[in-house]
Unconditional design. Structure first.
Lengths: 176, 178
């Protein structure tokens, strides 16, 4: 009787494993067109008065863009590493800047070098001081969307294509 | 068996179920808790995925041992130690203002280390003390089958409730697809 009960418990553990592995697998597969925004979660509590005039000098080259995304990444977060790895040449054409929130400038520079992100406008936010004081955000990865120099939204994300898709929509809307 | 005995069976089964879920999900996504621990140390230290999977192995061993009468004391010593670590990490999460999801106990929520970890760890410690003190009770020796069955029912119900959409899709399509 005990063996049957133990086998039942092991089967239950296998069911948990099965669903966990399915969830992990689906998070690694590209979704259908249009589903990318499903991987975005709005972040509340950002400073609604934040503008591009608050940006550090390193990101100034983006300030003339009508719509911009600043991606807040951290060297200690696994998802940020995956996002950094997925920042392809296609992304370079989009108005995207990077804010690397790290404890110590050298760790931030290491992150940029490890993922060869030197071609992006980037700013090393030592201790996350700038993101928390100027934007009111203290989590990563977070995408900060600016329209005409004013912050319009902040999203937690795991796939940069969702952000690019959103930027694409906004750029199209601006043009029409 | 007395009412207290049945309550203990229920408590033991809940702990075994939490440990089974925690271990299974930690084994599949070890980076979630590793990221939460890295945040606690402000990026100075981050455990490897292998280390997190080793912890998952300890949790599963403890869960299975809870249901085995001959391993009861050892199982609850390990569970008590896990309880202490949950209380310590939960307190550290509260003090440092942890924000990263910890995936604690296999929960699919975005909750960071904090109050739930402290409460669960305290419950683990309390049950460990009761079970170790009660280890010589002959009335409880036949209850291990009940603990295993109830734990399995909790795990299956929780998992299927959390993934009901995927489960229904699997049933209707007859195939495993994300």
């Amino acid at each position: 009787m005990y063996v049957v009960a133990l086998v039942l418990l092991l089967l239950a553990a296998a069911v948990v494993l099965l669903f966990a592995m399915m969830g992990e697998l689906s998070s690694r597969l590209p979704g259908p067109e249009g589903a990318a925004t499903g991987r975005l979660a709005p972040v509340a509590g950002y400073r609604e008065d934040a503008t591009s005039s608050d940006w550090p000098e390193e990101l100034a080259s983006l300030s003339h863009e009508p719509t911009t995304a600043l991606l807040v990444l951290s060297p200690i977060c696994t998802t940020c590493g995956k996002v950094a790895a997925s920042l392809t040449a296609r992304t370079l054409d989009a108005p995207v800047g990077l804010v690397i929130s790290s404890h110590g400038r050298s760790r931030g520079e290491e992150f940029i070098a490890d993922h060869t992100l030197q071609d992006f406008p980037y700013f090393i936010d030592d201790g996350g001081v700038w993101t928390s004081s100027k934007i009111g955000i203290n989590q990563s990865p977070t995408a900060l969307l600016f329209n005409e120099g004013k912050i319009t939204a902040a999203y937690s994300f795991s796939d940069v294509s969702a952000i690019l898709q959103m930027l694409g929509h906004k750029i199209t809307e601006d043009a029409t | 068996m007395s009412l207290t005995g049945w309550m203990l069976v229920g408590g033991d089964a809940v702990v075994a179920a939490l440990l089974v879920r925690s271990s299974a999900l930690k084994a599949v996504t070890p980076d979630v808790i590793a990221d939460a621990l890295a945040e606690l140390s402000r990026g100075r230290w981050r455990p490897s995925a292998r280390a997190m999977r080793a912890v998952a192995g300890i949790e599963l061993t403890a869960a299975l041992a809870i249901t085995a009468p001959s391993l009861r004391v050892a199982a609850w010593v390990i569970t008590g130690l896990l309880g202490i670590s949950f209380v310590v990490l939960g307190t550290a999460g509260l003090l440092t203002g942890s924000t990263r999801p910890c995936g604690c106990f296999g929960a699919e929520s975005e909750r960071p280390l904090g109050v739930p970890s402290v409460l669960a760890g305290s419950a683990f410690l309390a049950l460990a003390a009761i079970n170790i003190a009660d280890a010589g009770d002959a009335g409880m020796t036949g209850a291990h089958v009940g603990v295993a069955v109830v734990a399995a029912v909790i795990v299956l119900t929780w998992t299927l409730a959390a993934h009901r959409r995927e489960a229904m899709a699997m049933i209707s399509t007859g195939r495993l697809a994300p």
